[in-house]
Design a protein around this ligand. Structure first.
Ligand SMILES: Cc1cc2nc3c(=O)[nH]c(=O)nc-3n(C[C@H](O)[C@H](O)[C@H](O)COP(=O)(O)O)c2cc1C
Length: 204
């Protein structure tokens, strides 16, 4: 395990449970996370969970830990405001092990593909690409338009790994968490992080 933090971006796509499960497993495995949720993620959180996500970074740590069911002593969690483009993770001089955007909206895909860096999440993603660090994108949309597919292709061409929020069924999922955890684990696989006890295919 590395001491470098992992950036977790949460954008305004449906399925914020993916982010909650990712936080849970990373903190339980004592990883350090720098977390940034986009402005739209607040709205989607409210729509999906009927409670507000606190905008203040200090309050957000407790919020995510409670949602993920992880005690304050496990791992490190630093939360950043979506608009804070002066945060550590906005600079390539801040060393990280890479970034996962989970779930990732088509808007964020488009803005990263165009190099806009219009908020901290996009800037942090832009930095991972320019520094040649891993960027894992977990897109959630259906169906994909040609524009979505072209933007995802641009990200793949720039070095990002695209891990769509598409679960498998061969591990015989019984709960929603089983389905979610499969996708989260496959996104972690791209970074060599193996901390989720999913059943893996072992052949016939
Ligand atoms: C309840 C809700 C669910 C949404 N789900 C998705 C989704 O699954 N995928 C997507 O690309 N956009 C989705 N959107 C739209 C995005 O939130 C919207 O495009 C927003 O501008 C994205 O901003 P961001 O990429 O900065 O987070 C959803 C919006 C709402 C309110």
């Amino acid at each position: 395990m590395t001491n470098k933090p992992l950036i977790l971006g949460i954008s305004g796509a449906s399925g914020l449970i993916y982010a909650v499960r990712a936080i849970k497993f990373l903190l339980e495995a004592d990883y350090a996370i720098d977390l940034v949720a986009s402005r739209a993620a607040y709205m989607v959180w409210q729509a999906e969970n009927s409670i507000k996500m606190p905008p203040e970074p200090d309050e957000q740590e407790l919020f995510w830990r409670e949602r993920a069911g992880v005690e304050p002593v496990r791992g490190k969690l630093r939360c950043h405001r979506w608009s804070d483009v002066g945060a550590t993770i906005a600079s390539g001089s801040f060393s990280t092990m890479g970034m996962i955007i989970i779930p990732c909206s088509m808007s964020t895909v488009a803005k990263i593909a165009a190099g806009l860096s219009s908020d901290l999440l996009e800037r942090a993603a832009d930095v991972q690409l320019k520094e040649g660090r891993p960027l894992i994108v977990v897109p959630r949309e259906t169906p994909f338009s040609l524009i979505h597919l072209r933007n995802l292709t641009s990200l793949a061409e720039a070095g990002a790994r695209i891990v769509p929020a598409i679960p498998a069924w061969y591990h015989k999922p019984k709960t929603i968490e089983d389905l979610v955890d499969f996708v989260v684990a496959r996104s972690f696989d791209q970074l060599g992080i193996d901390c989720i006890p999913i059943a893996r295919w072992e052949g016939h």
